[in-house]
Ligand binder design. Sequence first.
Ligand code: AHN
Ligand code: ZN
Length: 334
Amino acid sequence: MKADLTTTYLWTAMLLLAACSPASEERLPEQPTTPEVSGPPTPLFDPDSAYAFVERQVAFGPRVPGSEAHQACGDWLVATLKGYGATVIEQQGTVKAFNGQQLPVRNIIASWKPEAEDRLLLFAHWDTRPFADKDLDRKNEPIDGANDGGSGVGVWLEVARHLAEAPPALGIDLIFFDVEDYGQPSGAMGVDQASSDTWCLGSQYWTRNLHVPGYTARYGILLDMVGARDARFYQEAISMRYAPHVVRKVWRTAEALGHGDRFIPEVKLFVGTDDHDVVNRRLRIPSIDIIEYHEGTNGFHPSWHTHDDSMDVIDRTTLQAVGRTVMEVIWKER
Ligand code: AHN
Ligand code: ZN
């Protein structure tokens, strides 16, 4: 505490000097300025709450478009978001799946400060894959989607819980896109443009039917597969192409918060079939994808599109690293 006292004396002496000498007035500020622009402090992300939000979705059963579980979970999402003070728009329509099937689409759009011009777009997909094509067994049965679908929504719901109570400076639009994960299973030929267009049908629908004509936002953040134990997040190539400043801001913030072990500032993956690509290409809202890169497999978690994608892979410390980081970014925005 001695050092603090000395510092105080020094400051007092400097201020006195400044007050007495007119020449120094121009050089010294009237009072010490804080480096940060002041604003509401970032509220605390609660990983237990985020975990419970993932659990709650999974408890409905697989949220396959057109199913009863999907309907019930959607109703719960809308009610929850309204409970957090959001203006909610439900966008309903029909899209055609790769197999020719007509699918109902239900995008859930929650807005805070809808009148504000400066906005951030937060998004995740809330549907689950109707089959387990990467599994060896029960390939035709839908998956739990705890990580794929559930985790992004769970983190955003926990963020949403704070939006009414301690609003950040900017307007917020949180979109839960439907029918992201009904894409054509990749065969030996890999993913070409035609098959890549069979993914992300909900976000494609939204870009053609914007809830607000001419909608735009300062930037967008997509969360996809952000809940698995020991997950690491590397920078993603499409995000780097369209929104490098957002990528750097997020990874720098993670590092500053002590999550540098999770957020590694190296570009390691390219995810050309995710909702951020649609938003970037069609709307030019610079958008990033925070998505796990898993060494040794196809780049995604080994549970990806298998029946192992259950609550067993979800870990609170991963949800915490992601949730705390994005909240800090959102609440520091001016
Ligand atoms: C593919 O690479 C085919 N899809 C990435 C997007 C995705 C699917 N995220 C979750 N499921
Ligand atoms: Zn998926």
